[in-house]
Write a protein that binds this ligand. Structure first.
Ligand SMILES: Cc1ncc(COP(=O)(O)O)c(C=O)c1O
Length: 462
């Protein structure tokens, strides 16, 4: 009988995170203090992050122990199952073998709590009394609220106003787990009040929500801020995914020729692929592909430059692929992929040809989501549909070429709270968006005066 899904026993759950910084062909360029243009010191970050996370951010150790208290909570849903997508293979009549890692089985429904739990834990042991964050579509806010409840840590989430109004169920999930969720812009911060004064009906943006959450952390009593993607420590925490997958692929008796993941800030893709990137750096032949929306083409069209992580220009400067912190992507349903930058680790691995990138238009991603739901059963998050669409393209290519390729992809989350997006697709209301070259050029003009990284690389729209 065919094996559909491969489980790992809890005893096989990794006891250490894998830190790719120890193995990268080119070391990361340091984050800079925007005021001085000099590399930031750990102290610069200590106003918003606890010291253990700052240490992980800069660590060059290959393996970092996972605390027992963190393992105990991650075991609520981890190790996650690896599936063989036999029905999708059959539907596509492809000789390719397709595997997917199901990160949608976590209580909030995505990979996000895999970093939320260690982040809350390190804050707790460092004496933090409350954590603030922002959320776009709500996956990160609900993941952090869930983790906060597990450790008795108060969580406050600034949710982009338009999503707050459109996605009440994500907000309610946060509240079920005891998180407090307010719409951004809010009257609770100087940043929010300033925007509302000019535009009382402002729909908000991720950058605005970050500014409010950071301001609340800096001005609050023993309050810190948490980020759900982009930073090195977030990528690190997610590597338990790829470490589990390596063991599961070995049980299946296969090794991936190709790894695919969707990428917003880069964390789910990194979590799955970084342990395999280590194999590639050591000489394995694997095609590792990050997929992004055509309307937010950070990896495929943006320069490699220094830029702020947020729209309000309050964070350190990160060396990354960036469309410019003032770039506002089209309002696609994959809210978690509407980010102007890309994780410095993923960006550097692209420069070093360990990873490559593709972009895909919205309608193709929903077509893929429907095929997946009608063959494998699971309804995917709009973000995840980007990975699925790429898998389908590659499986059809394997069919044309008559190759029995092994394709692995990261199924980053379910879409059960995104059904309005599917309604738009099913009723023919969904649109593709032309690449906003003018918007990208304008946003890149704003970052032109910033310092340039040593490996500065011009983008395709410059
Ligand atoms: C289901 C899902 N997949 C992917 C992403 C993209 O984020 P990242 O690139 O950090 O994995 C998000 C972000 O919200 C998400 O909710």
């Amino acid at each position: 009988m065919q094996t559909k899904k491969i489980f790992l026993p809890e005893s096989e759950f990794p006891r250490q995170w894998y830190n790719i910084q120890a193995d990268m062909p080119t070391p990361l360029e340091p984050p800079l203090n925007p005021g001085t243009g000099k590399p930031i010191s750990p102290d610069d970050l200590s106003a918003i992050f606890p010291m253990p996370l700052i240490e992980q951010e800069v660590s060059q150790e290959r393996w970092i122990d996972i605390p027992e208290e963190v393992i105990e909570k991650l075991l609520i849903w981890r190790p996650t199952p690896l599936y063989r997508a036999y029905n999708l293979e059959k539907y596509l009549e492809t000789p390719a073998k397709i595997y997917f890692k199901n990160e949608g089985v976590s209580p909030p429904g995505s990979h996000k709590p895999t970093t939320a739990i260690p982040q809350v834990y390190y804050n707790k042991i460092s004496g933090t009394k409350a954590i603030t964050t922002e959320t776009g579509a709500g996956q990160w806010g609900s993941g952090l609220s869930f983790a906060g409840k597990l450790f008795g840590m108060p969580i406050k989430v600034w949710m982009v106003r338009i999503s707050y109004d459109q996605k009440p169920y994500r907000r309610l999930m946060m509240e079920v787990w005891g998180g407090k969720c307010v719409a951004s812009p809010s009257t609770e911060t100087n940043a929010g009040r300033a925007v509302l004064e000019k535009d009382p009906d402002c729909p908000g943006s991720l950058g605005m929500a970050i500014s409010e959450a950071v301001e609340a952390a800096v001005t609050g009593d023993n309050t810190k801020y948490a980020l759900g993607s982009v930073l090195n420590h977030v990528m690190l925490h997610q590597t338990v995914n790829g470490l589990e997958t390596q063991k599961q692929m070995a049980i299946a008796g296969d090794y991936p020729d190709m790894i695919i993941g969707c990428a917003g800030g880069g964390s789910n893709f990194a979590g799955n692929c970084l342990p395999f990137c280590r194999d590639k750096i050591a000489g394995k032949d694997i095609d590792i592909v990050g997929v992004e929306p055509a309307s937010c083409p950070t990896m495929t069209m943006a320069p490699f430059a220094y830029d702020f992580g947020d729209t309000a220009a309050t964070t350190p400067l990160l060396a990354m692929h960036t469309l410019g912190h003032n770039f506002i992507p089209a309002p696609i349903h994959a809210g978690g992929l509407r980010y102007h930058g890309m994780a410095p680790i993923i960006s550097q691995l692209i420069l070093d040809n360990i990873i490559r990138a593709e972009n895909i238009q919205q309608i193709e991603t929903f077509e893929a989501g429907l095929i997946f739901a009608r063959t494998e059963g699971f309804i995917s998050a709009p973000e995840t549909n980007h990975a699925t669409a790429m898998v389908i393209r590659e499986a059809l290519k394997a069919k044309e070429e008559g190759k029995e390729k092994v394709i692995l992809f990261n199924w980053s989350g379910h879409g059960l709270v995104d059904m309005m997006a599917y309604q738009d697709y099913l009723s023919g209301k969904l649109a593709d968006h032309a690449i906003d070259e003018e918007g990208i050029k304008n946003a890149l003009r704003d970052i032109a005066p910033l310092p340039k990284p040593k490996q500065f690389k011009i983008g395709k729209v410059d």
